[in-house]
Write a protein that binds this ligand. Structure first.
Ligand code: NAP
Ligand code: MG
Length: 481
């Protein structure tokens, strides 16, 4: 255990604080990942002022300089992914393999946007007025406030910070209070990347004070947020008051459809990966499994056998497949939803119990319910835990209807060998990302990511779509002769 206090990073300086955040390992509450300086609202205002001052130069920096900074950050994340991935797994509770994979992917985001910085093409066209030329440029926005959730402590920060910097913006990052270590490591790498002081700032602290100060500041030009619907809606209202741009990625209740003609192993593996990996704490998790009647009984038998064999354990344990839930509050929420589902008449096939293992952690066994209806709260509200429900349907048409009958629409999936049904589902599924014969979780970095309905608001993230949010367009007219 370290007695060092990891500090906030403001205007190129490491800044201490009188209060500290204790970062606890959810696999073993006796393991303290570290103590992190808790920023005050004043620290946040200083970070915003520093970012505004740095923006003037960074927004005019050469593209090669931006690429070098982003390449440096990406290369170090990738080179150190084993070491940093272990710390991520310790603070968040996902397995070591998932933690290492997340850090590696975060490095890829920086490398991708390093290259994207060189590809910021505009448009050149003729005016409708003869002899007049038109150019459409993209310019940096200003200071971007970035607020991230606990479930992907490095990846969400990476996919927001990398495009923000690549397109010449300055950044203030507020990570989730539960998981400051990953964001601190990112700040440490950025501090050595050659980025000018003030262009990136880290303020660790609670959403209610530091987050609120950041998102209500009239001195930021944009807010990008990933987290819950309630906080997202609140942030959007505040942003509108300041006429700041806003981008929200929120919860979901993603459906995986399994048709009668599905390959059984593909169906079971996709349901397992999408429903339970990452302890079900993914916005892209498939918590509703909509299964056609002909395959229903055989599929349920195979899936429940596979779920009961999943190894729950310490995130760093050999052979652990499912780590702990992130904290006591989330664990209690999951157990409450177990009871709600039973009270609604859902039939529990396996799991849903609090587990006492060798270390004192927030462990529960992955749960599978059958005989559920899409009207039950367990199928309408996001639980964010290792709990999935089977809904039986008679036909593809009914499966599509049930899948779309949700307040959310981030991802959806279908397991089928029918070209017709796969094609129809891709066209008619009301979600942002549609997966055919793949789990609903697991997306690439070079293509757009985002959802519909209550799952997202504003322009898409990732890929070249990110520039829609992180740049502002200017249209120039000129009469050269
Ligand atoms: P959350 O409670 O909404 O928190 C998200 C972030 O917002 C945290 O950094 C939080 O700070 C901060 N925050 C809270 N109140 C704030 C305020 N008034 N102003 C500014 N910031 C504020 O969500 P969470 O519990 O961390 O994450 C779980 C949720 O995230 C789930 O609903 C999940 O579906 C969603 N999620 C969505 C995606 C996606 O891409 N669609 C990806 C991952 C997660 P504190 O942590 O300090 O409270
Ligand atoms: Mg923690």
């Amino acid at each position: 255990m370290s007695h060092e206090i990891f500090q906030n990073y403001i205007n190129g300086q490491w800044v201490g604080s009188s209060a500290a955040i204790e970062n606890i390992n959810p696999s073993d509450t006796s393991d303290i990942v570290g103590h992190y300086a808790k920023a005050s609202s004043e620290d946040c205002l200083a970070a915003i002022a520093a970012a505004n001052a740095a923006f003037a130069d960074w927004s005019k920096s050469g593209l090669e300089q931006r690429k070098q900074v982003l390449d440096f950050i990406g290369a170090e994340l990738i080179a150190r992914s084993a070491e940093i991935g272990e710390i991520l797994a310790r603070e968040e509770g996902k397995t070591r393999a998932e933690g290492v994979g997340e850090v590696y992917r975060s490095g890829q985001f920086f490398q991708y946007y390093g290259a994207e910085a060189l590809r910021l093409m505009g448009e050149n066209t003729q005016s409708v007025r003869p002899g007049v030329d038109v150019e459409v440029h993209r310019e940096a926005l200003g200071v971007v406030g970035i607020v991230t959730p606990w479930n992907f402590p490095m990846a969400v920060a990476a996919w927001k910070v990398a495009p923000a910097l690549a397109y010449g913006n300055a950044v203030v990052l507020k990570p989730a209070e539960l998981v400051p270590a990953s964001a601190w490591i990112l700040a440490d790498i950025i501090s050595r990347s050659g980025l000018p002081a003030g262009a990136f700032n880290l303020v660790m602290g609670s959403g209610r004070d530091v987050g609120e100060t950041l998102c209500t500041s009239p001195d930021i030009q944009a807010v990008t947020f990933t987290g819950s619907v309630g906080v997202g809606r609140h942030i959007a209202r505040n942003a509108i008051d300041n006429m700041a741009r806003v981008q929200l990625e929120m919860g979901s209740k993603n459906a995986l459809v399994v048709l009668d003609d599905a390959d059984m192993d593909t169906a079971v593996n996709c349901a397992l990966a999408g429903g339970y990996f990452g302890t079900g704490q993914k916005c892209t998790a498939s918590s509703r499994i909509i299964v056609q009647s002909g395959i229903h009984d055989a599929f349920v038998e195979k899936l429940s056998a596979a779920v009961s064999k999943l190894v729950v354990g310490h995130a760093l344990g050999e052979g652990s497949q499912i780590g702990p839930v992130v904290d006591a509050r989330q664990l209690q929420q999951n157990l409450d939803y177990m009871q709600i589902a039973k009270d609604e008449g859902a039939e529990l096939l396996v799991g849903g119990e609090r587990l006492n293992l060798d270390t004192d952690g927030f462990f529960m066994s992955p749960a599978l319910f059958v005989n559920t209806t899409n009207q039950m709260r367990i199928n309408r509200e996001e639980v964010f835990g290792p709990i999935a429900c089977v809904i039986k349907v008679d036909s593809y048409e009914q499966a599509l209807e049930v899948s779309n009958d949700s307040d959310f629409g981030l991802t959806s999936g279908i397991i089928t060998n029918s070209l017709h049904h796969a094609g129809h589902f891709k066209r008619h599924s009301q979600s942002g990302c549609v997966m055919v014969n793949l789990p609903t979780a697991g997306t690439d970095y070079h293509v757009p990511f985002g959802g519909r309905k209550n799952s997202s608001y504003g322009p898409r993230e990732q890929g070249s779509s990110a520039r829609e949010f992180y740049t502002i367009v200017k249209t120039n007219y000129s009469k050269p002769y």
